[in-house]
Design a protein around this ligand. Structure first.
Ligand SMILES: N[C@@H](CCC(=O)N[C@@H](CS)C(=O)NCC(=O)O)C(=O)O
Length: 208
């Protein structure tokens, strides 16, 4: 049995959505972030820290083995559910395009969003730098322009079918919208199109 540890619409939502798309059997275990480690559902509780030393989500437990990092978890789900098409059979070049987009979304597109999170609430107060917020907006706009060149005009990012990359993109733009970044209309529409999928709605109902 697969167990997903997650929190709300955080990065763990990517994995929850992918599990709903995959048809795999799983259990969802909600944890709370930045809460007192004495609370049993806290990601700072010793039980959770023994699974994920950083006290972060998502974590996926597979027969007692723990996998962290949302992209590794998504790829695991895609490989375990080949019929879902989430991670389709690809030639080497398409696979390189897939890896390129996954790396870009994590290293370039989400980083300015996480900068805001870190400098508004996640870092200890004495480590926060308020000026980072303007820099983060600037970096996000640059990443969005670069993404325009990486994506084609299709409804889906890869091979004109829904894959894990579409989950990554939609969840990251949802995050940007919630954090009040300037998101171009076409990416607002991308997010809305993919969040209208039945599996996304089911995942959303679990966390709301
Ligand atoms: N690179 C990791 C990042 C995981 C991460 O930072 N998760 C955030 C939630 S979106 C978290 O658990 N933060 C806990 C904290 O900051 O205390 C991934 O993609 O899974």
């Amino acid at each position: 049995m697969i167990k997903l540890y997650g929190f709300g619409q955080s990065r763990s939502f990517r994995a929850l959505w992918a599990l709903e798309e995959s048809g795999l059997a799983y259990e969802y275990v909600p944890v709370t972030l930045r809460t007192d480690g004495a609370e049993v559902d806290s990601a700072q509780h010793p039980n959770y820290l023994s699974l994920n030393v950083q006290g972060k989500v998502p974590s996926l437990e597979i027969n007692g083995q723990i996998i962290t990092e949302s992209v590794a978890i998504l790829n695991y789900i895609g490989r375990e559910a080949p019929k879902s098409g989430l991670l389709p059979e690809m030639d080497t070049l398409s696979l390189a395009r897939y890896d390129e987009l996954a790396a870009f979304i994590l290293a370039e597109l989400e980083q300015p969003l996480w900068s805001k999170g870190k400098h508004v609430f996640a870092l200890p107060e004495e480590q926060r730098i308020p000026q980072m917020l303007e820099t983060a907006k600037f970096e996000f706009a640059k990443a969005v322009s670069a993404l325009d060149h990486l994506l084609g005009d299709d409804d889906f990012a890869i091979n004109n079918s829904f894959t894990l990359i579409d989950i990554l993109l939609a969840q990251t733009f949802n995050w940007a919208i919630r954090f009040e970044y300037d998101v171009p209309e076409k990416y607002v529409r991308l997010k809305e199109r993919h969040y209208a999928r039945p599996a996304a709605k089911r995942a959303f109902a679990i966390v709301e």
